[in-house]
Design a protein around this ligand. Structure first.
Ligand code: KG4
Ligand code: ZN
Length: 359
């Protein structure tokens, strides 16, 4: 049952929303992101303009463990969250009175990490009577594109991050249909594992990307097309093929150039990602192709997609590097859509590590 304080909070939040909607004043959303190893807060105006986007990365701390340590990530978020939010407000030259709503990532991700952002968002929301919005992390990655250019529907978004590889069809704002997804490793995960086998530091994606440009794709590696009409992906076979290639070479006493292996691996990943994306874009008569997630920072993927989309006459949007990896600006952008639809979360919002995009 609701207590008096909760009812009072809801009343205040409702009034604030009504007032903003009636005034037609700009919408300022505070985005908060803590799902993995980046503590981030941002202020977004009207869903399209970044006023601030503060990112406190923990990558250096996790590097020595070769991957994200969940417990360490949670502690780092706790240490940085308050300062990060304050900095985002300061940089945007805004006060709490200006903020229309607080949008926070509540899944998927590491539960302890998610909880830090969710708890901070709820506490501020309650104390200041500011409406609360729960955002899906992948919706955030997709909406990073709206900070670059207005979305035109229908569209296809290729989501490639450390935890996800999905082809998403959108017929309007806030509508997500998953056409295909990875059956095993995510693209970023495959990058990180292959990097590890080459003794490259975490996160390995950018290192493989850099190496790939120094080598030649002359090592034969498989392409996992799956069934002819499938939009699903699979990267574990490719990852095993890389490991086997390395292992066999060591046994035979042969030397393999890491740059050539990186280039061959990247070529295989990029080819499959692009073919499936273009096929989906044609089948669904997409007006735009968007790329989202950390692997969207990949230079090989960006260049190859640009060339291919231009050839096919398909409009491509790829966010700048800083908006590809985890950040709160994208959460603010996705949260704005929910704000405009009047979809708010209650104070019992919880971190949901396995949250689905279609929920
Ligand atoms: O979206 P993101 O920041 O976090 C998740 O939500 O997972 O993605 C992180 C992933 C990591 O696997 C990282 O290696 C990969 O994105 N990544 C890259 C590049 N930059 C980051 N992968 C390939 N090439 C890159 N340039
Ligand atoms: Zn992410």
């Amino acid at each position: 049952m609701k207590n008096k304080q909760t009812s009072r909070y809801e009343q205040r939040a409702r009034n604030r929303y009504k007032k903003q909607q009636e005034s037609g004043a700009p919408v300022y959303i505070l985005g908060i992101e803590t799902s993995c190893d980046e503590t981030s807060a941002a202020i977004i105006q009207d869903g399209t303009k970044i006023l601030s986007n503060v990112i406190a990365s923990q990558a250096e701390i996790h590097k020595r463990f070769g991957g994200v340590v969940p417990e360490v990530a949670s502690r780092c978020h706790v240490e940085s969250i308050t300062l990060t939010i304050e900095e985002a407000l300061q940089e945007a030259d805004k006060t709490w009175d200006d903020i229309s709503a607080i949008a926070v990532t509540y899944g998927p991700g590491l539960v302890g990490a998610l909880l830090v952002g969710v708890a901070a968002a709820k506490a501020i929301s309650f104390a200041k009577g500011i409406p609360l919005i729960g955002v899906h992390h992948i919706a955030g990655h997709i909406y990073a594109n709206r900070l670059v250019e207005e979305m035109e529907f229908p569209l296809i978004s290729l989501v490639v991050s450390g935890g996800h590889t999905e082809l998403v069809y959108m017929k309007e704002h806030g509508h997500f249909e998953i056409l295909g997804e990875t059956r095993d490793d995510a693209a970023g995960e495959a990058y990180d594992k292959v990097a590890r086998s080459l003794s490259l530091p975490y996160p390995g994606g950018p290192h493989i990307d850099r190496l790939a440009h120094e080598g030649e794709a002359q090592i034969k590696l498989p392409r996992s097309w799956l069934e002819p009409d499938s939009y699903d992906f699979s990267f574990s076979g490719l990852k095993s093929a890389v490991l086997n290639t390395l292992h066999n070479a060591t046994q035979r006493g042969e030397e393999i150039k890491p740059a050539d292996l990186a280039a061959s691996f990247q070529e295989s990943v990029v080819e499959v990602l692009i073919e499936k994306t273009i096929r989906a874009a044609k089948q669904y008569k997409a007006k735009q192709v968007l790329v989202a997630g950390g692997v969207a920072a990949n230079k090989g993927l960006r260049t190859a997609l640009e060339i291919r989309c231009e050839k096919e006459g398909i409009k491509l949007i790829v966010p700048p590097l800083i908006l590809c990896t985890d950040n709160a600006a994208m959460i603010g952008a996705a949260g704005t859509i929910l704000y405009e639809k009047g979809i708010f979360a209650s104070l019992d919002l919880n971190g949901m590590p396995g949250l689905l995009l279609t929920e």
